[in-house]
Design a protein around this ligand. Structure first.
Ligand code: C2E
Ligand code: MG
Ligand code: MG
Ligand code: MG
Length: 280
């Protein structure tokens, strides 16, 4: 077991690690019950244009645990990915996001918005994935260009051919693709030009370092990413924008789409709609 954790990581019994494994195990079994118990919630965070006007939202899953409170996805998505559970969760997210999208599509105030869904590698590469997305499009009458899937480098690299094939089919049906967390991986450049992404999402790690004393060389990378996106005819959006200074720096480098706490945090649907329409 220990040797499976990495070649240089053979470990002896460590009570702290044991406790963590136990918690993970407990959390994972509770997670299986989270769906039937309706403990999963989808939050939404605005994506805005240069005027701060919403152009879409990203859906971000939360787990409202009866004892632990709101559990962030970084804590439970990796646990779900260890089993089939991730497919169930992923299907629920897709379904819930499309349901919401259908409501917004029928309202002229929100009909232009896109809804982005994060897809896990395991979920994407399972054989039924395309079929499941297509079924959602039909079931909820989703118009072309409204549903956006966010894929990560890990997902793409897990199987580039499968990624390419699935993207091609889904794009024909009007799905938009965004390359999430761009710039953090090692071989992103090599495949970005080969895959039909519509948009590149600059990782927040770069955005957070913007304007800091020693970040000049990081910014060169950000500008290269933006230039690359433009030259490949892809859109570009920055995530994790927290300050006006970061937004202005991005704008001066020709990035005009943003997501981050400066504009809004991820919030439940009721909060989002009362933000947009006032409470009614
Ligand atoms: P991500 O897709 O890169 O999502 C962006 C993360 O940055 C979100 O964290 C969001 O809350 C956070 N964020 C947004 N703006 C700011 C900001 O201005 N400052 C800071 N510090 N953070 C900001 P969250 O919601 O905890 O999600 C973490 C990750 O979990 C996501 O990263 C995504 O990879 C994964 N995830 C979330 N929802 C789902 C889902 O439904 N399915 C799958 N497979 N993964 C999901
Ligand atoms: Mg994302
Ligand atoms: Mg991201
Ligand atoms: Mg991220």
């Amino acid at each position: 077991q220990a040797k499976d954790m990495g070649r240089n990581a053979i470990r002896f019994f460590d009570p702290e690690m044991h406790a963590e494994l136990e918690t993970n195990y407990a959390l994972e079994s509770a997670l299986w019950q989270a769906l039937p118990k309706h403990e999963l919630v989808l939050y939404f965070q605005e994506q805005v244009d240069e005027h701060g006007t919403p152009i879409g939202v990203e859906s971000l899953i939360r787990w409202q645990h009866p004892e632990h409170g709101l559990v962030p996805p970084s804590r439970f998505i990796p646990l779900a990915e260890r089993s089939e559970l991730i497919n169930k969760l992923g299907r629920w997210v897709l379904e819930t996001a499309c349901q919401q999208l259908a409501v917004w599509q029928r309202d002229e105030r929100t009909a232009h918005l896109t809804v982005a869904v994060n897809v896990s590698a395991k979920q994407f590469h399972q054989p039924q994935f395309v079929e499941e997305v297509l079924q959602c499009l039909v079931r909820y009458h989703i118009a072309p260009g409204r549903l956006k899937l966010e894929l990560t480098e890990t997902l793409v690299l897990a199987d580039i051919d499968d990624t390419f094939d699935k993207m091609k089919v889904l794009k024909k049906q009007g799905i938009i693709f965004s390359m999430d967390d761009f710039g953090t991986g090692y071989s992103s450049l090599a495949y970005l030009s080969r895959l039909p992404f519509d948009e590149v999402k600059i990782d927040q790690a770069f955005v957070h370092r913007a304007g800091q004393q020693d970040s000049v060389r990081d910014w060169v990378i950000v500008e290269a990413i933006i230039g690359l996106a433009h030259n490949l005819d892809m859109g570009v959006i920055a995530e994790g924008v927290e300050t006006l200074e970061q937004q202005q720096l991005l704008a001066s480098s020709q990035c005009f789409r943003y997501q981050g706490y400066l504009f809004s945090k991820p919030i439940p649907i009721e909060a989002l709609e009362s933000r947009w329409f006032g409470s009614s």
